[in-house]
Design a protein around this ligand. Structure first.
Ligand code: MEV
Length: 309
């Protein structure tokens, strides 16, 4: 029976704006979720009877992909759940890949498409950023049009997301986890209400899109100072959208003296922030003193893979 794994992610630029089709940059990190699948008498998750409310992503993936007998699924993860680091995308991706493998095989693109359907069903409005980066790994750039290093396109309603590979060097980030579990769906809804009512919010969404484009250029030429500056600007725009929190602000402020830049990553609310730095130990200390949990993460990790058949 297969064991598959998929990475967590950080969003370097463009969270929330990507839901409206704006460009964004996400990087896979070396935190992984592993998924083991066995045939069984009943549908079980980590030894317990499956429950749609406790295991929404697993239930949705089984509904979408599996047509066979009951399965027992075990997950094991170094990605804290509800941390903004893509734990739900990683479970959707790793399980979808495992189930497709049992049905004959998968490609990264097929897994990304199906796992996006799983996420959207559970979460409501979403973009394919988390599921695509977890499938492909390394780094991805999402754009409104097809460009260099194009991987695949995902569409929903009137929106089209063109996913591209980013050939990045391995980079080290310090993640600061607030310890506050923040589900993505309600934060995406909060932004939607603002965007529908408020012209200023729509302008912020577009400005974030421009930052992602500039960020991609800085990433391609390894301009760390520029990247840090853009991260700071992206964070201020996300704060104006109302998705930061006191805990996140504290960690971002504490990190900045020792970092090129720092911003919240993922949906916000609680979850995590990231800092780009040459002195990770100093940033880790600053995050600890400000009440957060530091995690040193290497970006550019491999995407979904079969660990064992
Ligand atoms: C969550 O990791 C990223 C958001 O942009 C939501 C999404 O794109 O689905 C906040």
């Amino acid at each position: 029976m297969p064991i598959t794994s998929a990475p967590g992610k950080i969003i370097l630029f463009g969270e929330h704006a990507v839901v409206y089709g704006q460009p964004a940059v996400a990087l896979a990190v070396d935190l992984r979720l592993k998924c083991r699948i066995y045939f069984s008498e009943d549908f079980l998750v980590n030894g317990w009877k499956i429950s749609r409310s406790i295991n929404p992503y697993i239930s949705a993936a089984i509904d979408k992909v599996w047509r066979g007998p009951p399965l027992s699924i075990y997950t094991e993860s170094s990605i804290p759940s509800g941390s903004g680091l893509g734990s739900s995308a990683a479970v959707s991706v790793a399980l979808t890949a495992g189930l497709m493998h049992m049905r004959g095989g998968f490609t990264e693109r097929e897994v990304a498409e199906l796992a996006f359907e799983v996420e959207s069903e559970v979460q409501g409005r979403a973009s394919p950023i988390d599921t695509s980066v977890s499938s492909h790994g390394y780094g991805i750039f999402i754009d409104r049009k097809k460009g260099e290093d194009f991987l695949w396109m995902i569409e929903r309603d009137t929106l089209r997301w063109y996913i591209h590979h980013i050939p990045i060097e391995k980079m080290t980030f310090v993640i600061g986890y607030t310890g506050i579990h923040a589900p993505t769906g309600p934060l995406v809804e909060k932004v939607r209400t603002k965007v529908e009512r408020d012209e200023a919010a729509r302008t912020i969404i577009e400005e974030i899109g421009s930052i992602s484009e500039e960020g991609l250029r800085a990433l391609r030429c390894g301009d760390t100072v520029k990247l840090g500056d853009l991260m700071n600007r992206n964070h201020e725009l996300l704060s104006s959208l109302g998705v930061s929190s006191n805990a996140l602000e504290k960690l971002v402020r504490a990190s900045r003296p020792y970092a090129y830049g720092a911003k919240l990553t993922g949906a916000g609310g609680g979850g995590s922030m990231i800092a780009l730095t040459d002195t990770p130990d100093r940033v880790c200390d600053a995050i600890k003193s400000a009440g957060g949990e530091p995690i040193i993460a290497r970006a550019g990790a491999e995407g979904v893979r079969i660990e064992q058949i």
